[in-house]
Design a protein around this ligand. Structure first.
Ligand code: ADP
Length: 468
């Protein structure tokens, strides 16, 4: 096709030419309107003459900004693939050499090749490595970098408005680029490539599922829900890992569970690094099951995506994954009742330990969630949300010691009343907790749909939310 056909004959093969770049826009998913902007660039190649005659401006350079793995390289390749032109690429980190002049001569060689094989897309990855604002980095690298940058500017200017060689550069640090680079006629078109949303993630997963032996009813939406914050490169990896595990087990089809497990791995989880005793598995399961059985009673926490006793990287225990993920920020944005509910959820592993094993037979497996509860209760009091409004703002107080003590007493009261509430909720949901524990011990993981089903069958949720 276009890419190879246009290669000049008889010359030594160009060094920076990317031959396997037969990528099309259909290989890039989840980018919505951004794709339209890039389609216009394809038009510059196809209808360049028309644009020029009309006096329209064709950019010399387009800057794609976004985090690693969001598909910037893929998009640049797709532009070349759709236009049927050659694709030359280099990472700007390769320009940066200790010998003065090496970087500049590489830039010259790159553009010489592109010119000889025009029309072409030149792709420069990590532009910030060479395009940092002058004066930002000192030392011996500075002068070399400047000569490389100057050479790049010269090359860009040479192609301005002509539409036969268009440079696409990628960076995650548009903020530190030298202003000379983003001047009109250079990288004057900036396109931000965001991380994909839930819908985008589902689309990306589907693109990478295209040539794989997928089971009939794979739930891409469920996997998309589970992969909040991930970029295209990670989603592609999930498909590859799932495909490998299917091969390893001599199975024929990739299922939703394969994808979810691969997603868990991608996120840093690792399945059972060492064998754990049934007793320990049961304790861990009770820990997670009690939190979920309690949380499902509360509006802010009732959407549970996943329960697992598979430990995450660097952690010993499993997790209950809420939706949305409850970061500290989200806790802060929650209302008064939401925080009390949060405290109650965090106390439920201890309450369950007491209910199931008896006060004299307890472990301390819940120690960290109780810590969370205590610290949230203190924040609650400091914020003036408790009945003791006077405890608001520690440092304005004339008697700090007296007040710290007051905060602790008040926080303890809140913890105690939330604990009573956790006991009551769990006591009326013993069936649900038992059912969840059984499933967790057996399968290690419970997903949203199954969780809801178990709640419907075994749950005894509270109707009114009493103030503790
Ligand atoms: P970047 O250049 O932004 O670091 P890449 O384009 O190199 O990211 O992405 C790496 C890989 O991740 C791609 O080759 C592709 O397999 C996958 N990928 C990333 N974004 C997307 C996307 N939007 N659609 C489909 N695949 C994607």
């Amino acid at each position: 096709s276009g890419a190879t056909a246009r290669r000049a004959k008889g010359r030594k093969p160009p060094q920076y030419l990317d031959l396997d770049a037969d990528i099309k826009f259909s290989d890039v998913a989840g980018l919505g309107d951004i794709r339209k902007e890039l389609e216009e660039i394809v038009d510059f190649f196809t209808y360049g003459e028309k644009y020029r005659r009309r006096g329209s401006k064709i950019p010399a350079g387009i800057l794609l900004c976004g985090e690693p793995g969001t598909g910037k390289t893929l998009l640049a390749k797709a532009v070349a693939g759709e236009a049927g032109v050659n694709f030359f690429s280099i990472s700007a980190s390769q320009f940066v050499e200790i010998y003065v002049g090496v970087g500049a001569s590489r830039v010259r060689a790159l553009y010489q090749e592109a010119r000889d094989n025009a029309p072409a897309v030149v792709f420069i990855d990590e532009l910030d490595a060479v395009g940092r604002q002058r004066g930002l980095i000192g030392g011996s690298g500075g002068q070399e970098r400047d000569s490389t940058l100057n050479q790049l500017l010269t090359c860009l200017d040479g192609f301005e408005g002509r539409g036969e060689v268009i440079t696409i550069a990628a960076t995650n640090r548009a903020d530190i680029l030298d202003s000379a680079l983003v001047r009109p006629g250079r990288f004057d078109r900036k396109i931000f490539i965001p991380k994909p949303g839930t819908k985008g993630r589902a689309e990306i997963l589907k693109v990478h599922a295209r040539n794989k032996p997928m089971a009939e009813e794979v739930d891409y939406d469920a996997v998309a829900e589970m992969t909040d914050g991930m970029v295209g490169a990670q989603l592609a990896n999930i498909l590859d890992v799932a495909a490998l595990s299917v091969l390893r087990d001599s199975r024929t089809e990739i299922t939703t569970d394969d994808l979810l497990e691969a997603a868990q791995l991608e996120e840093g989880g690792h399945p059972d690094p060492r064998p754990r005793s049934t007793k320990l598995l049961e304790m861990l399961a009770l820990n997670e099951a009690s939190m979920a059985a309690c949380a499902v009673n509360f509006p802010d926490f009732k959407q549970i995506q996943l329960l697992t006793i598979v430990p995450r990287m660097g952690e010993e225990k499993g997790a209950v994954r809420f939706r949305p993920d409850h970061t500290k920020f989200e806790l802060q944005s929650m209302g008064r009742q939401g925080i009390l509910d949060y405290i109650t959820v965090q106390l439920s592993p201890r309450a369950a330990d007491e209910l199931w094993n008896g006060a004299d037979n307890m472990s301390t497996i819940w120690a960290d969630t109780v810590d969370q509860a205590r610290s949230a209760a203190r924040d609650f009091v400091y914020a003036g949300l408790s009945d003791r409004k006077d405890l608001y703002g520690l440092f304005d107080c004339w008697n700090e010691i007296h007040q710290v003590w007051g905060v602790d007493v008040e926080a303890l009261k809140i913890v105690n009343s939330c604990y009573q509430r956790a006991l009551e909720i769990l006591d009326r949901n013993r069936d649900l907790v038992n059912a969840l524990v059984d499933r967790l011990v057996e399968d290690k993981t419970i997903r949203q749909a199954e969780f809801q089903d178990l709640v419907e069958r075994h749950g005894n949720l509270i109707e009114e939310i009493p103030q503790p």
